[in-house]
Design a protein around this ligand. Structure first.
Ligand code: ZN
Length: 220
């Protein structure tokens, strides 16, 4: 007679395959985040994540997504979280409330249609409250400025702590190269690479609309 297998309750997620299949809340974890895409380097970054059973969060710009619709779907289908980085990278504080809402809502719809995920997180290009949780960061790699693979790798590996949200930009070749080095190095150090939503949840934080989050440290 075959043994009866006890099944864990199925968790409800935004889309069937978003996030890691298993997270150990007792072990360290960080969220890699990639802004400004989609662009030409998504597939390299996603391949590096998949190779190490890892996930990340990609904050996409609406106008970019319309240029790379199949890319958004591939990134999402690999289990990564898709977030909103405005419609055309507007300076949100300079816009009216109605224009901000239009930029965010339009982009949510584009990303939801392309990815099949509901999009709940925003990374505003310039800080301004929206009707969704705003995700900031605790490590700024300045990858967009240095465009230097080694520098980006060093910033992350020298500063990383449990609960960090790490800011990078997926539209640069040097960032894709850096990701290919950072991902195995963090895994080697025992970090789980999780989506922003997974990180918040593992730390018992229920993210709220209009609030800013820049890390999710373990509770002491
Ligand atoms: Zn940006």
């Amino acid at each position: 007679e075959a043994p009866v297998e006890e099944k864990a309750p199925v968790e409800e997620k935004a889309a069937a395959n978003v996030g890691n299949s298993q997270i150990d809340p007792a072990k360290p974890m960080v969220a890699l985040t990639f802004d400004d895409g989609p662009g030409n380097y998504e597939d390299r970054i996603v391949a590096a994540l998949q190779k190490y059973n890892s996930k990340a969060t990609f904050f996409y710009v609406g106008t970019q997504a319309t240029k790379f619709p199949s890319t958004v779907k591939r990134v999402a289908d690999a289990g990564n979280e898709i977030g909103n980085h405005s419609y055309k990278h507007e300076n949100l504080p300079k816009l009216s409330q109605a224009a901000i809402e239009s930029s965010i809502n339009k982009t949510n719809e584009i990303l939801r249609n392309q990815s099949g995920q509901s999009v709940s997180l925003v990374r505003p290009p310039a800080l301004r409250a929206t009707g969704q949780p705003s995700i900031l960061w605790s490590i700024d790699t300045l990858d967009w400025k240095t465009k230097n693979t080694k520098n980006t790798v060093n910033v992350v590996l020298n500063q990383v702590k449990d609960g960090d949200i790490i800011l990078m930009h997926s539209i640069y070749r040097q960032t894709a190269e850096a990701a290919e080095l950072i991902i195995p190095a963090l895994k080697e150090r025992g970090y789980q690479l999780v989506t922003v939503s997974e990180l918040a949840k593992a730390r018992g934080i229920n993210m709220e609309a209009g609030k800013n989050y820049s890390s999710f440290r373990p509770k002491k």
